[in-house]
Design a protein around this ligand. Structure first.
Ligand code: SF4
Length: 237
């Protein structure tokens, strides 16, 4: 069982701010999807559903070489795009999203990627997660994308108690300065891939092991009994 000293973070807000500072020291804030403009990031993010960023990065160089504008996607034949993105899986649904995306961008936004959540979520294939990625990464406008890693880690770290992505976003954004939203999300994703891996978290190697309510590492770094969110103990130093 992890014992959390009184001088360590033990409220959701304290844990959120400790996560911001701890992750900032441990990881660069970088988006793994290779892109050179907002349209490419939008396409890459749509393609990233149900697959890995590495797989997306394997196909996007060819996609981006052939499809350079929103009109290119709007005017494309489905078979043309399907052939390009086949390796990312769910290629028919993603092709429909990409062609629909192109049409909406051309018809409603003069071919440009819009810069507001309200506008972005009118684009086929774009939900709040993708919209927040575009806002934060492409435009530097505060946004907190909640993917599976972010939802999982914010619960494990005792920052939120909900798996509803909209509520996770709402709760975290209330606790963390807006200037940190996007980078916190990017770094949580990195931590979830490298250390707090689903089903086999490397707690003894984790920077949060001394206060994480879900840590399975004992104080000496060895692996202790499995503990849950409810097992954190706030103790005197
Ligand atoms: S201590 Fe363990 S459960 Fe908590 S964030 Fe680190 S790896 Fe995940």
């Amino acid at each position: 069982m992890t014992r959390v000293r009184a001088d360590q973070p033990h409220t959701p807000r304290q844990r959120a701010l400790a996560a911001v500072s701890g992750l900032k020291a441990a990881y660069p804030a970088s988006c793994a999807l290779v892109h050179s403009n907002p349209l490419e990031l939008l396409v890459a993010t749509i393609l990233s559903a149900q697959t890995t960023d590495a797989r997306v990065n394997q196909v996007t160089p060819v996609v981006f070489a052939q499809m350079k504008s929103a009109a290119d996607y709007a005017d494309a034949k489905p078979a043309e795009i399907e052939a390009l993105i086949h390796a990312t899986g769910f290629f028919r649904a993603k092709t429909r999203s990409l062609i629909g995306m192109g049409k909406v961008l051309v018809e409603d936004f003069d071919g440009e990627v819009p810069r507001t959540m309200e506008e972005l979520i009118t684009i086929p294939g774009v939900g709040r997660k993708t919209a927040n990625v575009i806002l934060g990464v492409a435009f530097g406008i505060p946004g907190f994308p909640v993917d599976t890693h972010v939802g999982r880690l914010t619960n494990l770290l005792g920052i939120v108690k909900t798996r509803d992505p909209v509520k996770v976003e709402r709760d975290v954004c209330r606790m963390v300065p807006s200037s940190d939203w996007t980078n916190l999300s990017l770094r949580l994703i990195a931590h979830g891939r490298v250390v707090c891996i689903a089903r086999r978290p490397r707690c003894p190697a984790c920077i949060f092991r001394s206060w994480c309510p879900s840590s399975q590492a004992a104080d000496d770094g060895s692996v202790a009994e499995v503990s849950g969110l409810e097992s954190a103990v706030v103790a005197s130093p």
